[in-house]
Design a protein around this ligand. Structure first.
Ligand SMILES: [Zn+2]
Length: 163
């Protein structure tokens, strides 16, 4: 039997089992984080995003929050919530960092249900330092400053991989 790492109670639902923490303890943990961090959106990355064919792009807007590089899981979870049932793992994801350079983002784990579940806590406004447990990412080098060049590069790589 798998039990909560905080209180030792048995875990039954798959997402809690994946987290290793039951729903009540998870909420408490987010609450503690809220108390520590105060301001509602201060910790989140400020970014823009869009869909361009098979490309999902994100741009770091700078600002006082976390860098997009350090907040990528959350940024993607927020995008997933807006896209609703269209899963982001169907897109080639690229992002422009705070230095203005485009690089690639690979999803190394993606659990749509867990992403939605975690997002509910963010939307209810009480949990500022939200982080998603529903996905993990990896970055890869593109190294282009112009969007068109970055786009062309990832699409040619994707085409080679398929062909
Ligand atoms: Zn617990």
């Amino acid at each position: 039997m798998i039990t909560c790492t905080h209180c030792g109670k048995p875990l039954t639902d798959p997402i809690s089992i994946q987290r290793g923490i039951g729903p009540d303890c998870w909420r408490n943990r987010l609450d503690q984080d809220r108390t520590r961090n105060g301001n509602l959106f201060g910790n989140q990355a400020d970014f823009s995003w869009g869909i361009d064919g098979k490309i999902l792009w994100l741009k770091d807007n700078g600002g006082p929050g976390r860098s997009l590089t350090n907040d990528m899981e959350n940024a993607l979870a927020r995008i997933q919530a807006e896209l609703d049932q269209t899963p982001i793992n169907g897109y080639t994801i690229i992002y422009r960092d705070s230095e203005g350079v485009w690089d690639g983002v690979r999803l190394t784990r993606f659990d749509l249900q867990a992403v939605f579940l975690d997002f509910q806590w963010l939307s209810d406004g009480r949990y500022p330092h939200y982080w998603s447990q529903g996905l993990d990412v990896d970055f890869y080098w593109i190294g282009e400053k112009r969007y068109e060049d970055a786009r062309a590069k990832v699409l040619s790589v994707a085409a080679r991989a398929v062909g």
